[in-house]
Design a protein around this ligand. Structure first.
Ligand SMILES: NC(=O)c1ccc[n+]([C@@H]2O[C@H](COP(=O)([O-])OP(=O)(O)OC[C@H]3O[C@@H](n4cnc5c(N)ncnc54)[C@H](O)[C@@H]3O)[C@@H](O)[C@H]2O)c1
Length: 287
C-alpha cells in the first residue's frame, strides 16, 4: 500500500499514547477512528487532544480553523467492528502481549482491506510474535511513537522477522507524512529507545531506593549533568510506572539479570502510584 491510498487510520487505545497518535494523524489530514474499552477513557482522550490543539492555537502554530478541522476528522468508538474500513491500524493498548494479540486477532477478521497495515506502538514487546495472529504477518510492523506524541519528532520503525520491505517502506513514508522523523531498527526487546532508556530510569529508581539521594536531587542532577529535559523519576511519572515496569520486565526476561526491575518500582505499581495519569507517582500531581 502507498501512503496516498490511506484514508482512515484506526487507533486502538485512547490513553497517554493513543490520543496523541490519533491527534497527529488527524492533523496530517487522515480520517481517524479511536477506540477504547470504556466511554470515560475515550472522553478523557478527546479532552487531552482538545487541550493539546488549543495550546498549538495559543502559540500560533495552527489556526482555530485547523483545530476544528482536525477535531472533525476524529471519531471515537467502543466497538472494534467500527474498524472494518480502516486502511492502517495503530495499536496503543496496555503493554501486555496477550491483550495485544487478542485485539489484533479480532481485528484481522474485522478489517476488510486485504493489504491493510497493522502496526503496534509497543515499547518493548516482540513485533514478530504479535504478527503471528494476523492473516498477513508481512503487513505487520512496529511504529513506536515517543511521549508526548504531538511534540516528539522521533518515531522508531521496528522490522519484525516477517515484515516485508513494502510494509517497512510504507511505515517510513507514513511517519514522514505526519511530520515525524523515522528511525529504523530490528525487532529486539526494547528496540533502540527502551533498551537504553529503561535501564537508565530503573537505575535512577535504584539510586532513590538505596537512599543515595532524594528524588529532587536525582532528577536535578541528571538534568544538569547530561542536559536532558527531565530526570529519570520525573520521566517515569510522565511515561507511567506500569508501562516502565512492563518494559523493564520484558528486558529482564529477554536479555538477562542486568535489567532486573527495582523493588521500589514494583511496589509503587502495586500501590497504584502510576505517575501523572493517576495523579501520584514519584511526585504529587493532584495539587
Ligand atoms: N507511555 C509512554 O510514554 C509510551 C511511549 C511509547 C510507547 N508506549 C506504549 O504504548 C502503549 C500504550 O501505552 P499508554 O502509555 O498509552 O497506556 P495507557 O495506560 O495510558 O493507555 C492504554 C489504554 O488502552 C486501553 N485499552 C486496554 N485494552 C484495550 C483494548 N482491547 N482496546 C482498546 N483499548 C484498550 C486502556 O483502557 C487505556 O485507556 C503500550 O504498549 C506502551 O508500552 C507508551
Amino acid at each position: 500500500m502507498k501512503v496516498d491510498d490511506v484514508k482512515v487510520v484506526g487507533v486502538l487505545g485512547a490513553g497517554t499514547m493513543g490520543n496523541g497518535i490519533a491527534q497527529v494523524c488527524a492533523m496530517a489530514g487522515f480520517e481517524v477512528i479511536m477506540r477504547d474499552i470504556k466511554q470515560e477513557f475515550v472522553d478523557r482522550g478527546m479532552q487531552t487532544i482538545k487541550k493539546s490543539l488549543s495550546k498549538f492555537v495559543e502559540k500560533g502554530k495552527i489556526s482555530e480553523d485547523d483545530m476544528n478541522a482536525t477535531l472533525s476528522r476524529i471519531k471515537t468508538t467502543l466497538d472494534l467492528k467500527d474498524f472494518e474500513n480502516v486502511d492502517v491500524v495503530i495499536e496503543a493498548v496496555i503493554e501486555n502481549m496477550d491483550v495485544k494479540k487478542q485485539v489484533f486477532k479480532e481485528l484481522s477478521e474485522i478489517v476488510k482491506r486485504e493489504d491493510a497495515i497493522f502496526a503496534s506502538n509497543t515499547s518493548t514487546l516482540s513485533i514478530t510474535e504479535m504478527a503471528t495472529v494476523v492473516k498477513k504477518p508481512e503487513n505487520f510492523v512496529g511504529i513506536h511513537f515517543m511521549n508526548p506524541v504531538p511534540l516528539m519528532k522521533g518515531v522508531e520503525i521496528v522490522r519484525g522477522l516477517l515484515t516485508s520491505d513494502e510494509t517497512l517502506n510504507f511505515a517510513v513514508e507514513f511517519v514522514k507524512r505526519i511530520g515525524k522523523e523515522p528511525v529504523v531498527c530490528k525487532d529486539s526487546a526494547g528496540f533502540i529507545s527502551n533498551r537504553i532508556l529503561m535501564p537508565w530510569i530503573n537505575e535512577g529508581i535504584y539510586v532513590l531506593y538505596e537512599g543515595i539521594a532524594t528524588k529532587e536531587e536525582i532528577d536535578k542532577g541528571m538534568r544538569l549533568f547530561t542536559n536532558v529535559p527531565m530526570g529519570p523519576l520525573e520521566l517515569a511519572d510522565l511515561i507511567g510506572l506500569d508501562i516502565c515496569l512492563a518494559a523493564i520486565e520484558t528486558l529482564h526476561r529477554e536479555l538477562g539479570d542486568k535489567y532486573k526491575p527495582c523493588p521500589l518500582l514494583k511496589q509503587m505499581v502495586r500501590a497504584g502510584l502510576l505517575g501523572r495519569k493517576t495523579g501520584r507517582g514519584f511526585y504529587d500531581y493532584t495539587k
